[in-house]
Design a protein around this ligand. Structure first.
Ligand code: ZN
Length: 73
C-alpha cells in the first residue's frame, strides 16, 4: 500500500509516450503537390519555432516519397 505513488510515476510517462506516438501516426492528410515527385497528397503538422511570438511553421511530408518541406506563406 506504500507503492501507490511509485506505480503512478512509472505508469504515467508510458501513457504519455503512447499518446504522442498515436498522434504521429494519425497526422492529417491534405491535397498538395509534392515539389519533388509531383504526388498530390501529403500529411502536415505545425511546429512552434523559437518563442511564442512567431507563428508556428507548417510542414508537409509527401505520402509517396517522404519528402518533407515547409510552407512558405
Ligand atoms: Zn513526393
Amino acid at each position: 500500500m506504500q507503492t501507490t505513488e511509485e506505480e503512478l510515476a512509472s505508469v504515467a510517462p508510458i501513457k504519455v509516450v503512447g499518446d504522442k506516438e498515436s498522434k504521429l501516426t494519425t497526422l492529417p492528410v491534405t491535397k498538395i503537390d509534392c515539389p519533388r515527385c509531383g504526388h498530390d497528397e501529403a500529411v502536415w503538422w505545425f511546429l512552434q519555432t523559437r518563442s511564442g511570438d512567431e507563428p508556428p511553421t507548417q510542414f508537409y511530408r509527401c505520402l509517396k516519397c517522404n519528402h518533407t518541406w515547409r510552407s512558405y506563406s
